[in-house]
Design a protein around this ligand. Structure first.
Ligand SMILES: Cc1cc2nc3c(=O)[nH]c(=O)nc-3n(C[C@H](O)[C@H](O)[C@H](O)COP(=O)(O)OP(=O)(O)OC[C@H]3O[C@@H](n4cnc5c(N)ncnc54)[C@H](O)[C@@H]3O)c2cc1C
Length: 502
């Protein structure tokens, strides 16, 4: 009798039903592949899922969606799947950024002209920087639109990369190794504290690192996607709208999604993937699921764990030497609508002290529900605030509840300078730490949001979707083009094309 590991046939196993895994699974099922998705959590969506408490629906992590505009990545994918787009409205401003001691925010308007005027008012003399951002973004966006494979790992990938290059891509080449910090110095803008701080705050949000470290080509995209014709969007109902539709398409096309099923191990034979060991968390039963392709929708650190010493040593070393990734502390508040100031923008970013870090409650990114958007009962609202935090202290502390309480109180105190969080207005208070994210999304140590878009780890120099093990693919925010539901959907689309070509 053949070993169960030798009969994978055409089957694709997807580890994880985050947006990356679900997108890959739904697209493959649409093309007729037999697909099984296993996720250890209770609900699909990973960092872009939701939970409900006392009539409120809270978005766990992601609150804004890029790529819903016509031609945007989610738009393309839902069109391919024949699914209606989730109902959404543009965020305008995409973000209102409050610098220390300032009561008037920097509004990142969706309209490019309004945003240009705002920049000219807020950061006089910075036009050359923004002009460069625009030039690099336009060339980079057209390049990405031609679906390059980055970084290429074989001739097919290289062919895809070369066909995406055009004469207009040449303008980006001199900036391949540049950081935003270097460009600011070249342009004589490094001493503009407000500009530098604004960039640090926004880049930390989208690239996990500040201006000094962020690759300029990545920053050009991160700093431009909020404007029309692109834009950031607020989903009606909740973030679960994305995964719900992907799941529906998957099941309609014959795919299987099993929640509360943890993949414990990926198996290989002679350098090729052959299956995975799955554990049903409800019954404790484990079995080996054969597969011809395995798509891992996990962090690159988790991928190494799942393979153990089957992963080549060079890859393991590269992962071990990565700079530490960030975690997040998130506070979820269900409040009376009276807690929200009139005309409150839906997304705000606060930075409290120039001499403090961007994180650990000295900066907060805040998302507020809108009346009738499905997240709160009438007359009430949700406020979700997140701050970056190192993961290590959350695992090494001897008093985790006390550390969590200190962060919770700190966040409420900081938020109270803008919102009216008097006790009568607070209906529900809950917080998530790196330990919470580790538990619910299985991300090693609860790191979130990707690896950091440094020159050494973005696009051409990042982790490829094609791993050193034949038939084993990596999707999600550890790979190009990085974090966010739009980013991980690109990675899924690339892998589907690679599998189809194989
Ligand atoms: C606080 C916060 C705010 C954010 N804000 C935004 C935002 O506004 N907009 C935006 O676009 N992005 C935002 N992001 C980032 C975005 O949420 C993520 O980059 C994206 O959702 C990651 O998707 P993914 O598919 O790569 O992986 P994940 O969401 O991590 O999903 C992975 C899935 O795999 C499952 N899994 C892992 N290991 C196993 C295993 N061994 N067996 C079975 N299942 C497994 C997990 O349960 C999980 O469901 C935010 C993230 C956080 C944390």
């Amino acid at each position: 009798m053949a070993s169960p590991l030798a009969v994978g046939g055409n089957q694709v196993v997807v580890i994880g039903a985050g947006i990356g895994g679900l997108t890959a699974a739904a697209l493959l099922a649409r093309r007729g592949y037999p697909v099984k998705v296993f996720d250890q959590a209770l609900v699909p969506g990973g960092c872009a899922s939701t939970f409900k408490r006392r009539g409120f629906t809270f978005d766990v992590g992601a609150t804004q969606v890029a790529g819903l505009e016509p031609g945007g990545i989610h738009h393309q994918i839902f069109e391919t799947l024949g699914m209606p787009l989730p109902e959404a409205s543009p965020c305008d401003p995409a973000c209102a950024v409050f610098l220390p001691g300032e009561t008037e925010p920097i509004n990142v308007w969706r309209d490019p002209i309004a945003w240009q005027q705002e920049r000219q008012r807020q950061f006089p003399g910075s036009d050359p920087f923004w002009q460069l951002v625009k030039t690099l973004f336009q060339a980079g966006w057209r390049f990405q639109g031609r679906s390059p494979v980055l970084p290429p790992r074989n001739l097919w990938d290289l062919g895809r990369l070369l066909q995406a290059l055009r004469p207009d891509t040449l303008v980006t080449l001199p900036y391949t190794f540049a950081t935003v910090g270097q460009v600011l110095r070249q342009l004589g803008l490094a001493s503009d504290l407000r500009l530098k701080t604004f960039l640090d705050l926004q880049l930390k949000l989208y690239s996990q690192v500040e201006a000094e470290e962020t690759a300029m080509l990545y920053a050009a995209t991160a700093l431009s996607v909020s404007q029309a014709p692109q834009g950031l969007f607020h989903l009606q109902g909740s973030m679960q709208g994305l995964s719900d539709r992907l799941e529906k398409a998957l099941v309609r096309d014959g795919g299987l999604l099993q929640m509360r099923h943890r993949v414990q191990r990926i198996h290989t034979q002679a350098g090729r993937v052959v299956g995975v060991t799955v554990e049903n968390s409800k019954t404790g039963r484990t079995w080996v699921e054969p597969a011809n392709h395995v798509i891992a929708n996990v962090t690159v650190q988790n991928l190494v764990e799942l393979l153990g010493d089957q992963m080549p040593q060079g890859y393991r070393r590269r992962v071990a030497e990565l700079p530490p990734s960030s975690g997040a502390f998130v506070i979820y508040l269900g409040v009376e609508a009276a807690a929200i100031p009139p005309d409150c923008p839906p997304h705000l970013q606060f930075f409290y002290h120039y001499d403090g870090p961007i994180g650990d409650n000295n900066s907060l990114f805040v998302s507020v529900s809108r009346p009738g958007d499905g997240r709160a009962p009438a007359g009430q609202a949700t406020i979700i605030a997140s701050t970056f935090t190192d993961v290590a202290p959350w695992w090494h502390t001897t008093d985790y509840p006390a550390l969590k309480q200190t962060y919770l109180e700190g966040a409420i105190q900081r938020l109270s300078s803008y919102f009216d969080l008097s006790p009568g207005h607070l209906i529900h208070v809950e917080a998530a730490t790196p330990r919470t994210f580790a538990r619910y999304t299985a991300r090693q140590q609860g790191i979130v949001g990707g690896l950091g878009m440094r020159v050494s780890s973005y696009g051409p120099f990042g982790f490829a979707n094609r791993t050193p093990i034949a038939g084993l693919w990596l999707v999600g925010d550890s790979t190009h083009p990085g974090e966010g539901t739009a980013g991980v959907s690109y990675s899924a689309q690339t892998v589907v094309e690679q599998i189809a070509a194989a």
